[in-house]
Structures are given as structure tokens and as C-alpha cells.
Ligand binder design. Structure first.
Ligand code: SF4
Ligand code: SF4
Length: 81
């Protein structure tokens, strides 16, 4: 695929890895996704790679990827579920 991804990569910040405090996590429905790559471009933390794998160690669950997805292929799921 030809998705454009962020150049920078996340590192652990003052709050540590986000996996421990995130409330919602994004889940991509690969059946609906057309691999346009917009989610990776919009993710402010650059945690979606070229294969659309989401690094949940650093995803903060902001939901921007889900909001920007033109196919509505990303659902924000509560961490407890
Ligand atoms: S929820 Fe936010 S931080 Fe996590 S992958 Fe989506 S845009 Fe990036
Ligand atoms: S924005 Fe949506 S359709 Fe595009 S690559 Fe991401 S999940 Fe797939």
C-alpha cells in the first residue's frame, strides 16, 4: 500500500506509555478499510504504521483516526471490553 505515515516515532513521555491510562482504543475493521492511509496521516502521535498496525503502547485513544476515517472503519472500543 502507499499510505503516508508520520516521520517521527513516539517515545515514552512524562506520563509513561499510554497503554496504562487510555480509556478507548481504536480498532480498524480491515474489511471496511480501503487502506487510504488518512488515519496514519492524522494520528497526532504517529502510532499507526504503513501496514495500519496501531502501536497501543503509545496510542492515547484520542479518536482522531476514527473521526477522520472516510470509510468509518475505525471504532473506538472501551478498554474494559
Ligand atoms: S486514537 Fe489517537 S493516538 Fe490512537 S491511533 Fe487514533 S489518532 Fe492515533
Ligand atoms: S482512514 Fe480508514 S479507510 Fe483509510 S486507511 Fe485508515 S482505517 Fe482504512
Amino acid at each position: 500500500m502507499s499510505a503516508k505515515v508520520a516521520i517521527s516515532r513516539p517515545i515514552e513521555g512524562a506520563s509513561g506509555k499510554t497503554g496504562s491510562w487510555r480509556t478507548f482504543r481504536p480498532v480498524i475493521d480491515r474489511e471496511t478499510c480501503n487502506e487510504c492511509g488518512l488515519c496514519a496521516m492524522y494520528c497526532p502521535d504517529g502510532v499507526i504504521d504503513g501496514d495500519l498496525k496501531i502501536d497501543l503502547d503509545f496510542c492515547k485513544g484520542c479518536g482522531i483516526c476514527a473521526r477522520e476515517c472516510p470509510k468509518n472503519a475505525i471504532k473506538m472500543i472501551r478498554e474494559e471490553e
